[in-house]
Design a protein around this ligand. Structure first.
Ligand code: LLP
Length: 383
């Protein structure tokens, strides 16, 4: 069944805009909460996936934590009602001002990505007379076989501390007086549709925990990051990601120690399917070999196709007749990469038709830009 959109409501709105299905967001979060109910698992929503205040508030209201990557995100998470004691903060380049903001709110954890960062956090905490909670981000050197721009856990990558330097980092953290070391943090990549990289991650974590046991070092928590993929091809058939298989992979493979807590940082899998980018057809244009549908949304509104060669399902919501045509669906931006789909078979398109780009709730609105001096897309919500 194809999702129905309230076209009568769209008539009076300026396109392009993001349109969010809040009921789907609710059922996605409820699914997650049901699956982890009896487990020592904690979810931090990765705000980078979608920082829209209405979306953030809806997620915070369910008691989820937040995974943040900048001072701006820390502030937005506080404004949306996320609790500082459930905030984790990652990033290879945290500035003093951002670290101070985290310290001021006494966030649950800084995910520390280098030894120099550890000493800066310790110094800043000392100056304020507080103790900073940290995890050390380990680069597990696992190839997640995802797009090279969104793989993060391989050795040549800028993220985390390599396993070889980990003992050094852990010992440094233990020695620094204004640091409380809570655990280890990992993240293998994004849009992972196979559970294999997660099973491999569990093996590496088990090995590391055994190793640290022998050194007499234990951790109160492990954070395995995010990355669970969604089905971009079938947004209506599989609107909720396979959280069951995901959590089960950790339950079966990871040997958590007594009282040890497991944390996740999920972004895309929570918000991707609840959002669509809605555009209007401006022109249908025919060149010698091609027919183009030119829409009023572009790579400035949804950059994923241009940046990662991602494909979002394209629908003509206004289509009346039975005929179809093959089109390239493109935006108005002055860049050749401003293409949403090549050889898309769509019901015959006309000027003014509404077009939906599906599964755009994650890394859509949050990555929008004002390139070509375009206004940022607006957002509307369906309860
Ligand atoms: N934790 C860390 C440390 C991360 O780097 C990320 C994403 C997440 C959690 C959340 O990952 P998720 O569950 O959303 O996969 N803009 C790209 C995705 C970039 C992901 C960056 N890191 C895209 O549109 O595909």
């Amino acid at each position: 069944m194809m999702r129905r959109f309230p076209l009568e409501k769209f008539q009076n709105l300026d396109t392009p805009f993001y349109f969010y299905d809040m009921a789907l967001l609710e059922s996605t979060i409820k699914t997650i909460k049901r699956l982890i109910k009896d487990k020592p698992y904690h979810i931090h929503y990765a705000v980078k996936a979608n920082g829209n205040p209405t979306i953030m508030k809806a997620i915070a209201a369910h008691g989820l934590g937040a995974d943040l990557v900048s001072g701006g995100e820390i502030q937005a998470a506080i404004n949306a009602g996320f609790k500082p004691e459930k905030m984790v903060y990652s990033g290879v380049g945290k500035t003093d001002r951002e670290i101070n903001l985290g310290l001021e709110h006494n966030i649950f954890c800084f995910n520390v990505e280098s030894i120099p960062e550890l000493s800066v956090i310790s110094d800043l905490a000392l100056k304020r007379g507080v103790v900073a909670n940290v995890s050390i981000r380990v680069n597990p050197d696992i190839d997640a076989h995802t797009h090279r721009y969104i793989t993060t856990g391989t050795a040549e990558n800028k993220f985390g501390i390599s396993v070889e330097m980990l003992v050094d980092a852990v010992k440094t953290a233990k020695r620094l007086p204004n640091i409380r070391l809570r655990g280890l943090h990992f993240h293998v990549g994004s849009q992972l549709t196979s559970m294999k990289p997660y099973a491999m991650l569990c093996d590496s974590v088990n090995g590391l925990l055994d190793y640290f046991d022998r050194l007499g070092i234990s951790f109160e928590m492990i954070n395995v990051g995010g990355g669970l993929g969604i089905d971009y091809d079938k947004p209506d058939v599989i609107p909720i990601a396979d959280f069951e298989h995901f959590f089960d992979t950790f339950a079966r493979n990871l040997k958590l120690r007594k009282n040890q807590q497991l944390h996740f940082e999920l972004g895309r899998s929570i918000v991707a399917q609840c959002g669509s980018l809605i555009a209007r057809v401006i022109y249908v244009k025919e060149n010698r070999d091609k027919k183009f549908v030119i829409v009023d949304a572009g790579m400035t509104d949804l950059i994923r196709p241009a940046l990662y060669q991602a494909h979002h399902v394209i629908q003509n919501l206004s289509a009346g007749g039975p005929g179809v045509e093959t089109y390239d669906v493109v935006g108005p931006i002055c860049e050749s990469s401003d293409v949403f789909g090549v050889n898309e078979v769509l019901p015959v398109c006309h000027r003014g038709d509404f077009i939906a780009l599906r599964s755009a709730g994650a890394y859509g609105e949050s990555m929008a830009s004002a390139y070509n001096m375009r206004p940022l897309p607006k957002a509307y919500f369906q309860k």
